[in-house]
Design a protein. Structure first.
Length: 181
C-alpha cells in the first residue's frame, strides 16, 4: 500500500530498490535519482546448483516445474491453460505445480475441466527450502507466469524463479515488476 508514499520519499535520505521497476516507480512519485540505490535480492548459490551431467530427465518429455503460493498473482491458471495448448498440439509433457493456497480447489477444478488430470499435478503442499534443488532437478523447464492480480498485487522479484535458474533450469516468466531484472 502506498500510504503517504510521497511524504516518505521526500523525508528519506536514501531508498533501496529491489529492481529497475521499483526505481522507476519511486521516480514517478517524486524521488530524486541520487536517493535511489538498486540492491537486488540474492540467493545462496551454494544451496542451488545444476545437477551433475545426466541427472536431468532425458526421456523426451518436457518436465515443467512451477511453485509458489496458490494465489492469483502467481498466474498458475495461465500455466494450466498453456498446458491445454501443449496437449492439443500433442507435445509430450508433464507439469507439476508445488504449493498450497486459497486457489488450490479452483486450480484443481480447472485441471479436471480441461482434461489434464493425467498430465498436470498440484502437490497441495508448500515446497520446503530443502527440497527446492531436487524439485528443480526433476524438471526440464521452470515456469512462473506471474500476473497483476485483480487487487493490483504483483510479485516484486520471485525468489523461486532465481533459485530454479540457479539449479540450471531454463525459466519462463512474464515481464512484470522486477522479473526482467
Amino acid at each position: 500500500e502506498r500510504v503517504a508514499l510521497e511524504d516518505k520519499i521526500r523525508r528519506a535520505d536514501f531508498i533501496i530498490c529491489i529492481s529497475s521497476f521499483h526505481r522507476d516507480l519511486y521516480l514517478k512519485h517524486s524521488a530524486r535519482p541520487e536517493q535511489l540505490h538498486i540492491v537486488y535480492c540474492g540467493i545462496d548459490t551454494e544451496q542451488f546448483s545444476p545437477p551433475a551431467e545426466g541427472e536431468r530427465p532425458s526421456d523426451g518429455i518436457i518436465h515443467i516445474r512451477s511453485s509458489g503460493r496458490l494465489v492469483e498473482k502467481k498466474g498458475f491458471i495461465y500455466l494450466i491453460k498453456a498446458c491445454r495448448i501443449l496437449s492439443d498440439r500433442n507435445v509430450p509433457f508433464e507439469c507439476m505445480i508445488a504449493g498450497s493456497g486459497p486457489l488450490e480447489q479452483e486450480l484443481r477444478e480447472k485441471v479436471d475441466r480441461l482434461g489434464l488430470a493425467d498430465r498436470v499435478k498440484l502437490t497441495g503442499e508448500a515446497l520446503i527450502q530443502e527440497d527446492i534443488t531436487s524439485f528443480a532437478h526433476s524438471g526440464t523447464v521452470y515456469c512462473l507466469p506471474c500476473v497483476w492480480a485483480s487487487d493490483n498485487d504483483a510479485d516484486g522479484l520471485p525468489q523461486m524463479l532465481m533459485e530454479n535458474m540457479a539449479c540450471g533450469l531454463p525459466a519462463i516468466s512474464t515481464r512484470l515488476v522486477g522479473i526482467p531484472d
